[in-house]
Design a protein around this ligand. Structure first.
Ligand code: ATP
Ligand code: MG
Ligand code: FE
Length: 350
């Protein structure tokens, strides 16, 4: 099926068009620059930016795909999780589009969309089940067990406080680096010693095993970096930026990769799928690939443009739902900022 997907859960207005598992276009308009001076995404600013970007983004995606809007078989949209106001703009636009084109509408889960992004990566073998998936971005840090993309996604664990990308953004701020912090810290870490400072690995103690085996926590790490630098400054010493950045990054990467591979081992799943904007981190990919190889786990990393928020992954998920015979959604759904990952499709026709 020819599907147009709309994604507005955070700061990217993403419009993607797919035919089955073939990517035809993937237009992304980000309001990231508008949030820079606030050091993080401002919900109201993001919602307004989506409203302005929506129509031109749809037109561009349609033009690049070389189709006519009337040709689409279905419209897909992110219902949640994400920023309520931002989601509402996408949901409203998708409903309007579906009704005016008289086409079915599929309201889907953003997190599962991140997994569906893998289907659009060309040159690769099809995704095999079950697979463990680690999704890391500015808004989420989730460890999932995927038995079937369209019907069975289990949440193993998630962050109990900051998301991994958020930790990069906040620590960058502490170090006086601009937003977004991920790429800045990557740059600052060049030549640094990742073992220079032993920053804490959140929820990794033996006592955490019972309740938070697969969960993450990054706020303690952020505080540790702040304390460490404050203390150095109080002593009148210079901050060894490269070492701090490399050591912080190592703490994040270590805990992410350790828990993901432990989950693979515990569930007997030799496959790990990575997604989300933090996958842009070179050290994360490097450590994940090296340790996975040693553990006999195959790692899949979609191209970065499909890892960050985009509409094509939303269209791809709907395309899979259609191919597995799923009915469309009724129009009786809204934005759901806390939509659980187990709810892959929202408001399906009974
Ligand atoms: P969502 O959480 O809904 O997926 P988002 O906009 O917060 O949306 P993305 O756009 O996928 O997330 O990713 C942005 C985040 O990724 C930011 O927090 C940014 O700092 C982080 N990031 C980007 N590049 C890197 C990098 N090289 N290393 C670490 N983090 C990075
Ligand atoms: Mg973003
Ligand atoms: Fe996302």
């Amino acid at each position: 099926p020819l599907v147009l997907g709309i994604e507005t859960s955070c700061d990217e207005t993403g419009i993607g068009i797919v035919r089955g598992r073939t990517l035809l276009s993937n237009t992304i308009a980000s309001s990231m620059d508008e949030h820079a001076r606030f050091g993080g995404v401002v919900p109201e600013v993001a919602a307004r930016a989506h409203l302005e970007a929506m129509q031109p983004a749809i037109e561009q995606a349609v033009a690049e795909a070389g189709i006519r809007l009337a040709d689409v078989d279905a419209v897909a949209v992110t219902s949640g999780p994400g920023l309520a106001g931002a989601l509402m703009v996408g949901v409203g636009a998708a409903k309007a589009l579906a009704v005016s084109l008289e086409k079915p509408l599929y309201a889907v889960n953003h997190l599962v969309g991140h997994i569906a992004a893998d289907l659009l990566a060309d040159d690769s073998e099809p995704l095999e089940y079950p697979t463990v998936a680690l999704l890391v971005s500015g808004g989420h840090t989730s460890l999932l067990l995927v038995r079937d993309l369209t019907s069975d996604v289990e949440l193993l664990g998630e962050t109990v406080d900051d998301a991994a990308g958020e930790a990069f953004d906040k620590v960058a701020r502490i170090l006086g680096l601009p937003y977004p912090g991920g790429p800045e810290i990557d740059r600052a870490a060049v030549g640094g010693d990742p073992d220079a400072i032993r920053f804490p690995r959140g929820l990794s103690r033996a006592s955490d095993r019972e309740k938070h085996r697969w969960d993450f926590s990054f706020s303690g790490l952020k505080t540790a970096v702040a304390r460490w630098t404050e203390q150095r400054e109080a002593e009148g010493e210079a901050i060894p930026m490269a070492d701090v950045a490399a050591s912080f990054r190592e703490a994040v990467v270590d805990v992410l990769v350790t828990k993901a591979l432990d989950a693979c081992a515990e569930h007997g799943v030799p496959r790990l799928l990575l997604g989300g904007g933090v996958i842009a981190n070179r050290r994360l990919r490097e450590v994940a690939l090296a340790r996975a190889e040693a553990a006999g786990v195959t790692v899949r990393i979609p191209p970065l443009r499909l890892c960050t928020d985009n509409g094509a992954m939303i269209a791809a998920l709907a395309s899979e739902l259609i191919q597995s015979g799923r009915r469309p959604s009724t129009l009786a759904f809204g934005a759901d900022s806390t939509l659980p990952v187990t709810e892959i499709q929202v408001a399906p026709v009974p």
